[in-house]
Write a new protein. Sequence first.
Length: 307
Amino acid sequence: MASKAFSLMIHGGAGRIREVQDPLVAEQYHAAMLRVLEAGRERLARGERALDTVEYCAALLEDDPLFNAGTGAALTRAGTVELDAAIMDGTTLGVGAVGAVRGIANPIRLARAILEDGAHVLLVAEGAANFARQAGLPPIDESRLITAQRREQLERTLRRGTVTLDHDESAPGTIGAVARDQRGHLAAATSTGGMNGQRPGRVGDSPIAGAGVYADDHTAAISATGLGEHFLRSVFAKDLADRIELLDLGGTEALAASLRRLRDRLDGYGGAIVIDHAGRCAAGTTTPRMIHGWIEHGGASETRIDP
């Protein structure tokens, strides 16, 4: 029997995010999260699928230059924009993903096209861009994705001679959306511009099912954010889902346990949002802050920056 108690969560990155100490800046992020949550609510309330909703919400976040995905993405050390994204259907375990793709405004829409095509799971770089053209997704001049803030951020990073998480430089990083629809189906989406000053060709956890994104109707929908290498090495999202399935934990307990493992084994840096198979929302991070918001069981939209 279908349930009307849909749930939705989104995030806009985790880290120190020092700039939100300014109340006016913090309010910008709260307002951006709330707009996306309410747009997602409209879709879920009228019976749309979780898969369609997370794609839609992720694309809205990609279009917002406040976040490190699509427009306003972090820059490689070469000054280019290389985007990673993935979307996963919890009903079929279908996945579509892209890595290090250039000239695409909404990599999450390209990931969805790969999922629907079904021939492959992950396409990268020029191969992904070629598939985008075949799928009817128009290319975009990369300069339109680059903001003045990102150029200044890269210049500071190059002067220091280090690679930095965008989350710790100024604006937050990786975006994500997870949802449970009225039929009880789950879906997850994650999208990012990666690390500020990363090597060209670097791909993080965001497009990797089981690391930065995962969805299974029997367990949970998960989207992670933080230092991608840590989430790759710990297979974070699958570890979390397995705790729900094998230990019969709820999303909150499973997330707490997976974050403890991330911190204890790798000194891991980052967090995640989770909706479990019962529609319960959970969020947590090892970082000082994470920008996120949620609607649990069709209730009020809530946003938060601190853990």
